[in-house]
Write a new protein. Sequence first.
Length: 260
Amino acid sequence: MKRKILIITNPGEKGDEHYCKGVYVDAENYKSYFATPYGGYWSEESEILHLDKPTKLRVDQQISDLSICEFSIIIFCGHGFYSSSSDSNILQLNLNERIDSIDLRKNSNKRIIILDNCREVSRDYITDGVILKARAFSESLSGMNKLHPESCKKYYNQTIESCKNQLIVSYGCDIGEFANESSTKGGYYSSSLLKVSRKLVDDTIDSVDLKKEYFTASFPKLHQASIPLVEKLSDNEQNPQIDKPRLSKSDKYLPFIIIT
């Protein structure tokens, strides 16, 4: 299966009061998660691409290249806002350029988009897109040695193949809200999403007979599980949201966890 993860980051300018150090923590944590067997056993060298403060042209090119992928994940961590004029999230790519998050939906096939940025409402949007590392996550799950990386990758891909084409987009906060972060743990949403995912693996791994079956959990399920943690951390000031297809109960959502 042709698959790709695109991680886009922009913490702002170092030394500025709005600089968000936790953005890079998020990037490293996502890389660590997806490289694990239960995260899909992605190759950091060939399947995960991290673009830090990229040009809009570079992002557009990478999104175009995703057309050949059956499955892709796009993650943005950094600064942004919600444009009332375009009715969409606007992502700050670098000091001088930004992109409408709608553009990340192009050539989607089967895709998960994770947007961990502020959604403060603004009418300011210029349509041409121009405007005037140690890892915090360590592998500590008690049952990790029971997992079979290649089997996890195999059944992860098989689960994706059994899913209908679909686009899932999650937002770290609601419209009009700010996305909070910890400089050591990362964004409230991203860190909570990965925390509940690892906990579900740890809680489930001993109950699955890995010789006879495998276990998966969908992205919408993990997104929903992360919401109470984010609400607690932010004192109910940050409320994650999600866009997803209205699938029938017989259809599957794209996976975020695999155990085998």
